[in-house]
Design a protein. Sequence first.
Length: 119
Amino acid sequence: MAYSEHQKERIERIFKEKSITFEGRKFMGGYCFFLDDKMTVGLDIDKKTGKDRLMARIGEEAMPNALKKKGCRPMDITGRPMKGFAFIDPVGFDLEKDLNYWVQLAVDFNPFAKSSKRK
C-alpha cells in the first residue's frame, strides 16, 4: 500500500465531522480525496524518506503563508513545482489541529479550483 490507512481514516473523519461530501480513491500511487470532482487533499509515502506525506491543493494565493508552516514545501514531482499544490511532511500534520488546518485550507480553495474530471 502506497499510503497510510491510518492517515486516510483521519482525513475521512474530518470530512465526516464537517458534513462534507467527498469521494476518495486510489490515485497516482497514493490516495486522493475529491470534492465536486476536484482533487483536494491526498496521501502517499515519500519515496525518499519512507514517511507519510500529505498533499494539499490550496491555491497560489495561500502558498506564501503555507510555506511558513512547519513541514510544508511546494509539490514538486518532476523538477517543476505544481502551482497551488503543497506537500506537507508528517511534522506538519501529525497533530489533529494541524491536519484540520490543511484540510480546511484545501476545502476553502476547492470552489475556485478547476475540475479534475475528464470530459
